[in-house]
Design a protein around this ligand. Sequence first.
Ligand code: HEM
Length: 241
Amino acid sequence: MEETDETETPKSTASQLSESEEKRNDKRKTLTKMEILAQLVLFLVAGYETTATTLHFIIYVLAQYPDIQDKLRDEVKEIFGDSGKDEIEFEDLSKLIYMNAVINETLRIFPPATRLVRLCQKETEIQGIKFAKDSSFTAPIYAIHHNPEIYENQEEFIPERFLPDEIAARHPMAFLPFGAGPRSCLGMRFAEYEIRVTLTWLIKSFKFLPADEKLPWPVELGMGGGLLKSKHELKCKIVKL
Ligand code: HEM
């Protein structure tokens, strides 16, 4: 691994990737231009729409559940003060236990990626069943997240399911919004904190109320661009605090 000088200006992902293209000429194994482009597009697609859709669902849910919204605002006020600090410190974001629970309950009910696909790299035997090389597997995230044997009253929005003791009592694979294993989501931590920062600002500044037009709950869902989406426009009223 190359040593980096911490006084140097940080390089952008694009410039690091394109340096990699230059080193390719040194006969080292590096990325081609096409691979660089593919990575940049992947970051945009995987990083933008997933986070935006999640925030969209969170705001809609908060408008439907005023008690949860109030509780969330109380937590934000407790950590950031009533008038609100101008700066949001990273350490403070880690204290938002209830907000984390609200985000995770949203990702449980509305996981942007509804399934994971894996290929078997070599012949494998699991519990007496043989799987040939190149067999394809699907991990049904949506079905796992909505399994009543794992989550009682699975269609109800209950953030308390994601308080630390409740999480510890469940199988780690019962919640997979970011996938699992070596190919799990590269942007998971970034996404978690990006959502917390955005939600902190929103909840401090606005109140979310249901729109006049009522939609049924559970929300009717479909797929769009490979991600889980609502079939109908999710609207709410926004009041400045
Ligand atoms: C709520 C937000 C997000 C969700 C729910 C999400 C979900 C996922 C899922 C389910 C996977 C597949 C994991 C697997 O196969 O095990 C994935 C992969 C990936 N995600 Fe995310 N993601 C989110 C945000 C982001 C962000 C913000 C970025 C980048 C800035 C990002 C970058 C990636 C990349 C690069 C991969 C491919 C990893 C690989 O193939 O090794 N994601 N994401």
